[in-house]
Design a protein around this ligand. Sequence first.
Ligand SMILES: Cc1ncc(COP(=O)(O)O)c(C=O)c1O
Length: 373
Amino acid sequence: MTIRVWDYLAEYDTERESILEAVTTVFESGQLILGQSVREFEREYAAYHGMRHCVGVDNGTNAVLLGLEALGIGPGDEVITVSNTAAPTVVAIDGAGATPVFVDVRDQDYLMDTDAVEAAITPRTKALLPVHLYGQCVDMAPLGTLAERHGLVILEDCAQAHGALHHGQLAGTMGDASAFSFYPTKVLGAYGDGGAVVTSDDTVMRNLRRLRYYGMEDVYYVVQTPGHNSRLDEVHAEILRRKLRRLDDYIAGRRAVAARYAEGLADVTGPGGLVLPSVTAGNEHVYYVYVVRHPERDTIIERMKGYGISLNISYPWPVHTMTGFAHLGYRKGDLPVTERLAGEIFSLPMYPSLRKDDQDKVISALREVLSTL
Ligand SMILES: Cc1ncc(COP(=O)(O)O)c(C=O)c1O
């Protein structure tokens, strides 16, 4: 049996009744699109964040895309973000017709280097798009100051940071709007695709509702400005409602897995060797992924396969080096920390229902592999 980096089957085993009841509730409701379940989930998810609005959409990529459009970002505008992210962050900026501008990440936590942002601002810059990657938040205070000084909006990419705290504030409550993904692997995951945008701005909320529904508003069947078909599905909304009540337990489960890794691997770490995730002061990490680092990453991954353990890399190719973004004109060497990380990082199995004995197998296999290098 392979131990995978993520698996939902154990969780489904425990939650089967609740999940199937959610599906039945929707199927028997008589309303399959934008009904009671989406409305209730939106209300509950906004309330979880202490925000005024949540608009459910069909996935996280479109949450970023519609979030940008709802904030008035479009062709000719520059959006400052990072290249060490899931490619969809950047695909969404491109989809909105805007131009992504990359800054490097920090060596300490692999997140946006906020000291590098000011130099990247031009007269065309309209938005800052911090990505709360791996489960902890970008340093938001400097971004707030820059946004105010230069008249920029902030869209938080929270696809990997549901429930993460930054100086006591939840991810998704520190910008003008924030985009979430409910892709099944996420800290709050649906049983298929899903996403949402959270905001306290009434205009942005109205824009989002219109944009996800072809561009139609009050007058049914009349498009005000062309939009998208980008609705959160009722079934996923109802499942998410039930899972939202367990979100804090999922996070506690992830933290327990992280603590066990830290304990089991503490004495085999060191500079130039295995580096475990570091939590930046002020952050409460939710461990969407447990990203470690080692210069001989590829050998380790290969040898771990021999123990029936399949590891993952988030992400092996920085976005600015991808052929699909060659037109942006970045060259190798432009973002040195991002590029070095891409060759060294890998992720250990991480999900709340990961069994202790499986995790112990991962720890002992990794220790053995490290001792052979
Ligand atoms: C940081 C980040 N942004 C955006 C997305 C896009 O989300 P989705 O896969 O739901 O479209 C993801 C998910 O892969 C992500 O990790």
